[in-house]
Design a protein around this ligand. Structure first.
Ligand code: RBF
Ligand code: MG
Length: 319
């Protein structure tokens, strides 16, 4: 997949079928839209292009209530490449970009750079300064500039038009994750939820005192985490090897008074020895095992962790 950075050198694509949006998570609803872009592109001999942003526009426009992200930019680009998108145009979204009138955005990006012949967006898509651009404006400009516009409605998880509450949306997936419902979230994402972070040095207690060493991850602030709790999942290393892992996400109430800050994500890899310090890894949440608990003794905690590890082994097939 070809990636164009909006603030980088100006390259031009061939005539294209374009969709625009945050595409956070590249979930099944997004995939349905992109499938339509691809269908149209094939029919009319066009390139497929996704125009998206390097952060969620809400992080700039209303930072106090911006949603957490379902994936970072790197993962988004990987997911778009996986489904066969020809080109992704990444807009660097900042205050300057937020102030660009919708008409200028259409002229600069859609017409000049991407030679858009077809534009496919969600029916309720808004863009440009003060969210002034919409499907209707696209249609008006399209009639003059020579591109067609299709506004499509979000779909349910089977790809059918759906009432609001059944629609696959990033918001619905965030809510499921926040409730710990990782299986349901995976159902809408089309894959387990994944977070990416770097392994840092922890307390050293897991290995020395508990017999269950863990890789502690530093995570980017803006990524959506599941609810605190214990999960079974996968950890993928930089060399591509995938390990079954029992995941603890939370505040370790057995050892610490609950601080108000962000939870700690720790992974105990099954059948693994060695340390991963400094390594960037990917963690996928497959099943929720239980909520985090405060144990009266270290022995009780160890017993429970052993049961979690056994359950993880049962739940996860060989990688
Ligand atoms: N800590 C707790 O305080 N309560 C728990 O219920 C808990 N469950 C865990 C389950 C698993 C599978 C693992 C790997 C760790 C768990 N921990 C829990 C975290 C544990 O206290 C931590 O790994 C060590 O204290 C080292 O940081
Ligand atoms: Mg640890």
């Amino acid at each position: 997949m070809h990636v164009i950075h909006g603030d980088g050198p100006r390259t031009q694509t061939g005539p294209s079928a374009v969709t625009i949006g945050a595409y956070d998570g590249v979930h099944l609803g997004h995939r349905a839209v992109i499938a339509e872009v691809t269908r149209l592109a094939d029919e009319r001999g066009l390139q497929t292009v996704v125009v998206t942003f390097d952060r969620h526009p809400a992080q700039v426009v209303r930072p106090e209530s911006a949603p957490k992200l379902l994936c970072d930019l790197d993962q988004k680009l990987e997911l778009l490449a996986d489904i066969g998108v020809d080109t992704t145009y990444v807009i660097h979204f900042d205050e300057v970009q937020a102030a660009v009138p919708a008409e200028d955005f259409i002229d600069d990006v859609l017409v000049s750079c991407l030679d858009a012949r077809a534009v496919i967006v969600g029916e309720d898509f808004h863009f440009g300064k003060a969210r002034g651009g919409n499907v209707e404006l696209l249609r008006e400009v399209g009639r003059i500039q020579g591109f067609t516009v299709e506004g499509i409605d979000l779909v349910d998880r089977d790809g059918r038009p759906a009432p609001n509450e059944a629609k696959v949306s990033s918001t619905a997936i965030r809510r499921l994750l926040a409730a710990g419902e990782v299986v349901e979230a995976a159902d809408l994402l089309g894959r387990p939820h994944e977070v990416r972070g770097t392994v840092e040095r922890g307390d050293g207690r897991g290995g020395a005192d508990l017999g269950f060493p863990t890789a502690n991850l530093t995570l980017p602030e803006e990524i959506q985490l599941p609810a605190d709790g214990i999960y079974a999942g996968w950890l993928e290393r930089t060399d591509g090897t995938i390990h079954a892992t029992a995941i603890s996400l939370g505040h370790r109430p057995t050892f610490y008074e609950r601080p108000g800050d962000r939870p700690l994500l720790e992974c105990h890899l099954l059948d693994f020895s060695g340390n991963l310090y400094g390594e960037p890894v990917r963690v996928r949440f497959v099943e929720r095992l239980r909520g985090e608990e405060r144990f009266d003794s270290v022995d009780a905690l160890i017993k429970q962790i052993q049961a979690d590890v056994d359950r993880t082994r049962e739940l996860l097939p060989e990688p």
